[in-house]
Design a protein around this ligand. Structure first.
Ligand SMILES: NC(=[NH2+])NCCC[C@H](N)C(=O)O
Ligand SMILES: [Mn+2]
Ligand SMILES: [Mn+2]
Length: 324
């Protein structure tokens, strides 16, 4: 394995500056507890690991944000979306937090929270990279699910199943309070999006993936080719001249390794495959942002620490641990 020389990165002024955002938000789905994940990850010693083992200089406001002041008293379903105003307001705030770190040239780590928060994280990096480098970002989305439902195709109404449709501009809104704040500068190209570990896709989502020609590697593909070949293909599709935002849903892992999550699906990645994906992205030297979402310590509580440990491991691997 060859790493770029330390201290250098094609897209970051310094490889060692990291911005951390902790998002204690669960409103993109209906199960309580996913908002407690950032605290659990931090209590497991994550910051110490980043600073002492991986040599990052961590910029963190020390808060797990709940955005309580942004949640409206009344937030009725709209276009089939549950809690649209809350999710819109929170992701808007997350977008500006992530933007601030990314615009300052820091690698951004966001701890969720449910996966709806990716509307904020990815829009924030997309905007900052456009302004700072005049480039589009690529997104590697590691998940059992595609999270690309439109409000109209969603069978659940949960916005954590929709972030990619907003981020690619497939779902648009005129209503400022319900995602109308998303502008062109926040969006990503469907051609620069790659999925890994899919195995539970809704009917409407399959149609969208096919129609848009989105690159997707399912568990079936991983079984057929092995994770090494899949990563070569996934990163080959993106190319070596594009900054990468990695959005990692812990339910990509098999429930054997990550039982404490809201929508577990059997037949997932092993712990090592999950770490390997993160390591391969780290190895490109092009990672500019990372999300770790959907850890819910209040589900399958006997496996909660195991799930938290798996989350920390993926984060460390993505940030350069275990590379020689
Ligand atoms: N981020 C997640 N865990 N998403 C699960 C989504 C499940 C389902 N496809 C839905 O739209 O409701
Ligand atoms: Mn998922
Ligand atoms: Mn997800």
């Amino acid at each position: 394995m060859t790493l770029p020389p330390t201290g250098e990165s094609k897209f970051l002024p310094s490889r060692n500056e990291l911005g951390l955002v902790a998002v204690g938000f669960s409103g993109g789905q209906t199960k309580a507890g996913v908002d407690a994940a950032p605290t659990a990850l931090l209590e497991a010693g994550l910051i110490h690991q980043l600073q002492n083992d991986l040599n990052y200089n961590v910029t963190f406001d020390g808060q797990v944000h709940t955005y309580a002041d942004l949640i409206p008293a009344s937030d009725p379903p709209h276009r089939n979306m549950l809690r649209p105003k809350s999710v819109s307001a929170v992701t808007r705030a997350v977008s500006s937090q992530v933007y601030t770190h990314a615009a300052a040239g820091r690698l951004v780590l966001t701890l969720g929270g449910d996966h709806s928060i990716a509307i904020g994280t990815i829009s924030g990096t997309a905007r900052a990279v456009r302004e700072r480098l005049g480039q589009e970002i690529a997104v590697v989305w590691v998940d059992a699910h595609a999270d690309i439902n439109t409000p109209e195709t969603s069978e659940s109404g949960n916005i954590h199943g929709m972030p990619v449709s907003f981020l690619t501009g497939m779902t648009r809104s005129e209503d400022e309070e319900r995602f109308g704040w998303l502008g062109e500068e926040h969006l990503i190209s469907a051609r620069k999006l790659v999925y890994i570990a899919l195995r539970d896709i809704d009917r409407g989502e399959k149609e969208i993936l096919r129609r848009e020609g989105i690159k997707a590697f399912s568990m079936h593909d991983i079984d057929r080719h092995g994770i090494g070949k899949i990563m070569d293909m996934a990163l080959g599709w993106i190319g070596s001249d594009t900054p990468i935002h990695l959005s990692f849903d812990v339910d990509a892992l098999d429930p054997m390794w990550a039982p404490s999550t809201g929508t577990p699906v059997r037949g997932g990645l092993t712990l090592r495959e999950g770490d390997f994906i993160a390591e391969c992205v780290a190895e490109t030297g092009n990672l500019i942002a990372l999300d770790l979402v959907e850890v819910n310590p209040s589900l399958e509580v006997t496996g909660a620490q195991e799930t938290v440990r798996a989350g920390c491991s993926i984060i460390r691997c993505a940030l350069g641990d275990t590379l020689l």
